[in-house]
Design a protein. Structure first.
Length: 292
């Protein structure tokens, strides 16, 4: 355990460029476990500080041990969403919780690897008396050898374009509702950006009707993450999600991504089994806690 971590060891800032300048090398050093930090930071840098909510984000860095140069941990907070942590010891998590529990901050929860999230949530409960509840357990996967599941459903994959914008916006809202999450962005703006980046693929049936979608996050530090895999409820069970995920994963590899990642909800054995059949292999487990 790191010796003597205190609240003052955490350097806090609301400047994303300062956070990236000081902590970018650390985040890039472990692109898989830091995938959310990398993606969110890149989006804030390129699209503005109010991308994820009406309040300015906050960032923090924990310096190397005993005054050593470098960074050993980081967090970001985009209200009203949970604080997102890199891996911390119990002592580091407690020190950060004490720092963030001061007046003027609204911390709605925590998202981190399983042990770090539990440590921070426990410290938060002790410090504030708030109710703490486990919202979700997730598993991070990394693509190994891409495998096409058989039989492949009839149809083909295509990149979503301007004509698909309204469909993307509607499916984004339906996806968020299906996974029990609040939409982090306006659906129309989300669709506009995905069309602009051309990073969502649709599986179309033989008649050309879209039946499923999957997208990827921007490439940062050599990694991309598959996100937003969605099939409308009445079309599930036909292999569409697996087919479109294979194609978006293949496209990510062909774009030069060194690591292709995705998260699954551990409460959904169907999706976990599907992604493993495609070639995704477990990296580590994560958890999200809500604070009352």
């Amino acid at each position: 355990m790191t010796s003597g971590t205190t609240t003052d060891d955490w350097h806090l800032t609301d400047d994303v460029e300062q956070f990236w300048a000081r902590g970018g090398e650390f985040l890039r050093s472990r692109p898989a476990p830091h995938t959310v930090h990398l993606t969110v930071t890149e989006n804030l840098r390129s699209r503005g500080s109010r991308l994820y909510g009406d309040a300015d984000p906050e960032f923090g860095l924990l310096a190397g041990e005993d005054g050593a140069a470098g960074v050993r941990a980081a967090f970001l907070r985009t209200p009203p969403h949970p604080v997102v942590l890199t891996s911390l010891t119990e002592e580091e998590a407690a020190a950060l919780a004490a720092r963030l529990a001061g007046p003027g901050r609204e911390v709605s929860g925590v998202s981190a690897d399983r042990d770090t999230a539990a440590a921070f949530a426990g410290a938060w409960r002790r410090l504030t008396g708030a109710e703490v509840s486990l919202r979700q357990r997730m598993r991070l996967y990394r693509l190994g050898e891409l495998t096409v599941p058989h039989p492949v459903p009839p149809g083909r994959a295509t990149v979503a374009g301007e004509a698909d914008r309204k469909l993307l916006a509607r499916w984004y809202e339906e996806f968020c509702a299906a996974v029990g999450e609040t939409a982090v962005q306006d659906a129309g703006k989300w669709a506009d950006e995905r069309v602009r980046r051309a990073d969502v693929m649709l599986w179309q049936d033989p008649d050309g009707t879209p039946v499923a979608m999957a997208g990827t996050t921007p490439k940062v530090a050599g990694q991309v993450r598959v996100a937003g895999v969605y099939t409308p409820a009445h079309l599930r069970g036909r292999g569409y999600a697996g087919a479109v995920t294979v194609e978006v994963s293949r496209a990510a590899r062909e774009s030069g991504a060194e690591e292709v990642l995705l998260f699954t909800d551990l409460a959904n054995p169907t999706s976990n089994g599907l992604y493993q059949r495609i070639g995704y292999r477990p990296v580590s487990d994560f958890a999200v806690y809500d604070f009352g």
